[in-house]
Ligand binder design. Structure first.
Ligand code: HEC
Ligand code: HEC
Ligand code: HEC
Ligand code: HEC
Ligand code: HEC
Ligand code: HEC
Ligand code: HEC
Ligand code: HEC
Ligand code: HEC
Ligand code: HEC
Ligand code: HEC
Length: 388
């Protein structure tokens, strides 16, 4: 073959035809390469032939602010030489097999690896924060330089900028939505209220003084009311703790992120929302006792309550009156006690109508006698008549 080709070029008669044909082949190759490189770089190639794979992703892309931008601008090397660009295409070519066979892995990008692997270069191709006047949503303060100075990459926060998922319905079976990191919880993967955090958690760092700092949940009835229903915040706290525990065990199973460019942080879902706005001591200072009560507390609560009644009254008293002294004990111990009213003036009526039998489950007769001392004989007689 090689010798015949050589002969074609050395034979003066056949040379012109040989040159023409090789020219044609060469031009053909160049056109083919150009068409395949350009062809595989247009959004159509990423969204349509691979429709099955990118169906969900295309929906989010079209809904985003970058819908006019080329996929390759963010998903293939920036300013790479044509050779690297072609090598990159060859590298991903084997992806065609699972695409055709329908065996590709879903959910896609479940640990947000793509965002962690993307450097600032992709974004700074088009955006310059040096010249751009940033106009964040009202009430939010952002200091871009503080983060760039610490090598925190753009997609560490703007991970969903080209693929916003809100209001989008995914249809590929097994596909799932991702975390959005422009949220307060996501900021608190680094920021913290507790001392020793790597970045400040004080509200004033990210919110102007005019901002309403109390979330809507807190204004609902039963969230917290002195001597009233406070189970709202308790249920929310329990639910949040469960969510965090579930997310922690679920995300511990996710594959580790290789070739990270930005910081690899714990997933946003593992951040306990309550502690983005509250120090832990805010909760424990108000409770005063461990919540929920530990098992041992149940047998010792009488003594503990008598030693410091005020520490129980804040949760167990149903009125300001019941918060006085040990009156709140009656809330549980005297089923007949009218809420918010002292038990003492009620107890005689109950004994008279229902008898004293039930009282002696908890009290011994000496207990009654300590007050009923209008004469030892009278008390004894009464006790004798009413004893079990
Ligand atoms: C402006 C930059 C940008 C453009 C343009 C862009 N993407 Fe993305 N894409 C991203 C980022 C950032 C992520 C990582 C998201 C994450 O990890 O949370 C991503 C993630 C993905 C994922 C993984 C699944 C997911 O939703 O996280 C796929 C698939 C994808 N992009 C395909 C495309 C396709 C196809 C196009 C063009 C139609 C495109 N992208 C255009 C930035 C971009
Ligand atoms: C090919 C150019 C291009 C690239 C690459 C690009 N953007 Fe954009 N971006 C735009 C254009 C155009 C807009 C719309 C006009 C504007 O707000 O600047 C935009 C808007 C934005 C906005 C404001 C609107 C919104 O949805 O919040 C943010 C934030 C943003 N881009 C971040 C990024 C990040 C982060 C990256 C890298 C992952 C990136 N961009 C990559 C061109 C680009
Ligand atoms: C620490 C998180 C964080 C990082 C890192 C970050 N940003 Fe932002 N950026 C924000 C927040 C928060 C906003 C305001 C969002 C809002 O308006 O709701 C914002 C706003 C923007 C906007 C929109 C400005 C406007 O006028 O609407 C652009 C563009 C932008 N960022 C680009 C970038 C680029 C480029 C990088 C990387 C060089 C980057 N950001 C890195 C958090 C970040
Ligand atoms: C990867 C960790 C990380 C994440 C995520 C992060 N930050 Fe930061 N942030 C920092 C660091 C580090 C500093 C600089 C602290 C310093 O200089 O002491 C900082 C500083 C800031 C500052 C300046 C505070 C001041 O008073 O100096 C603001 C504002 C800010 N971040 C807002 C945000 C917002 C809003 C988000 C979420 C959208 C966010 N950050 C997410 C690490 C992070
Ligand atoms: C590191 C930056 C940062 C700090 C510090 C911060 N926030 Fe935020 N906050 C955000 C961002 C970003 C949003 C908007 C995104 C969202 O809604 O999650 C937000 C939203 C909110 C909202 C409205 C959303 C909601 O949950 O109702 C409230 C209220 C709020 N913050 C209160 C606070 C309070 C109170 C503090 C101080 C204890 C605080 N923030 C500290 C970044 C911060
Ligand atoms: C976005 C910020 C934010 C989040 C998240 C948050 N809180 Fe609050 N919370 C506040 C602010 C602000 C106050 C008012 C503090 C003050 O007056 O000193 C408050 C007050 C409270 C109070 C006191 C009663 C009241 O309504 O004044 C309780 C109890 C409480 N929060 C419980 C919780 C629990 C439990 C969670 C988690 C499920 C939670 N908070 C999450 C911002 C928040
Ligand atoms: C202003 C005082 C106050 C603050 C602050 C407060 N709590 Fe409470 N907490 C109460 C009261 C009162 C109850 C009893 C509610 C009831 O009757 O169910 C309670 C009960 C609870 C319970 C229920 C325990 C159980 O076993 O049912 C949980 C959990 C809880 N709080 C979590 C929190 C968390 C987390 C915070 C901080 C983010 C917090 N609380 C802040 C007053 C407070
Ligand atoms: C929230 C309801 C509740 C409150 C408030 C309460 N108790 Fe009790 N207490 C109980 C229950 C329920 C039992 C039965 C426990 C058991 O059988 O294990 C009990 C049992 C007791 C016992 C018997 C303990 C034992 O060893 O079995 C004593 C003594 C006692 N309480 C004293 C008090 C005193 C004193 C107060 C007020 C300072 C008080 N309790 C407040 C619910 C309450
Ligand atoms: C911060 C609120 C709070 C404080 C303070 C508190 N409790 Fe409770 N207590 C609760 C809640 C909520 C429950 C019901 C859920 C549980 O078992 O934790 C409860 C349950 C109990 C029970 C069991 C009732 C039953 O029916 O099983 C006893 C007994 C009790 N508390 C006694 C006390 C005593 C005594 C004190 C003071 C030393 C005290 N508690 C302080 C919130 C509180
Ligand atoms: C489940 C246990 C229990 C039962 C049943 C019970 N008590 Fe009590 N009672 C208590 C506890 C606990 C206290 C508070 C202890 C203290 O303050 O020394 C108390 C306190 C009292 C007090 C003192 C109230 C005060 O203001 O100082 C009287 C009076 C009393 N009980 C009467 C009765 C009568 C009458 C009955 C029957 C109808 C009865 N008790 C049934 C547990 C019980
Ligand atoms: C803390 C003191 C105190 C204790 C303890 C006490 N009582 Fe009394 N009791 C009183 C007072 C004071 C009256 C009068 C109330 C009134 O007339 O309003 C009374 C009235 C009564 C009466 C009505 C008597 C009448 O002649 O009208 C009965 C019955 C009674 N108590 C039963 C008991 C029993 C049973 C116990 C023990 C389980 C008990 N009391 C424990 C203080 C006490």
């Amino acid at each position: 073959m090689g010798r015949r080709l050589f002969a074609a070029f050395t034979d003066p008669k056949r040379r012109p035809r040989a040159i023409i044909w090789s020219g044609v082949v060469l031009v053909g190759l160049v056109v083919f390469s150009a068409v395949s490189v350009i062809g595989t770089s247009v959004n159509w190639f990423c969204t349509d032939p691979c429709h099955v794979v990118h169906e969900d992703n295309t929906k989010t892309f079209v809904a985003g602010t970058h819908s006019q931008v080329n996929c390759v601008a963010c998903h293939e090397p920036v300013n790479a030489s044509p050779l690297i660009f072609i090598l990159k295409k060859i590298e991903v070519a084997p992806d065609a097999i699972p695409t055709i066979l329908g065996t590709f892995h879903l959910p896609m990008n479940e640990n947000n690896a793509i965002a962690v692997q993307m450097s600032d270069l992709y974004c700074t191709q088009c955006h310059s924060l040096a010249t751009r006047v940033v106009t964040p949503t009202k009430g939010i303060i952002i200091d871009h330089d503080a983060h760039t100075a610490k090598d925190i990459t753009c997609p560490t926060c703007h991970n969903r900028v080209a693929h916003p998922e809100e209001g989008i319905e995914y249809t590929l079976p097994g596909d799932e939505k991702h975390e959005d990191w422009v949220t307060m919880d996501a900021c608190f993967r680094c920021h913290s209220l507790e001392p020793g955090g790597q970045a400040p958690g004080a509200c004033s760092a990210c919110h102007p003084t005019s901002f309403d700092l109390v979330p809507a949940t807190h204004d609902t009835a039963g969230w917290y009311a002195e001597f009233g229903e406070s189970a709202g915040h308790a249920q929310a706290a329990v639910a949040e703790a469960e969510t965090v525990a579930e997310a922690t065990s679920r995300t511990a199973e996710l594959p580790e992120i290789e070739k990270a460019v930005g910081p690899v942080l714990d997933p946003e879902a593992t951040v306990n929302t309550c502690y983005t706005c509250h120090l832990k001591s805010f909760c424990t200072d108000c409770h005063g006792v461990p919540i929920p009560h530990p098992e041992a507390f149940y047998s010792s609560h009488g003594q503990e309550g008598l030693a410091d009644p005020a520490s129980c009254a804040r949760c167990h008293a149903r009125s300001a009156a019941e918060a006085e002294g040990t009156l709140f004990c009656s809330a549980c111990h005297h089923a007949q006690s009218e809420p918010g009213k002292a038990w003492l003036p009620q107890h005689n009526g109950v004994v008279q109508s229902e008898g004293a039998e039930q009282c002696f489950v908890c009290h011994d007769t000496v207990y009654c006698a300590t007050c009923h001392v209008s004469g030892k004989e009278a008390a004894d007689a009464w006790l004798k008549a009413n004893a079990r």
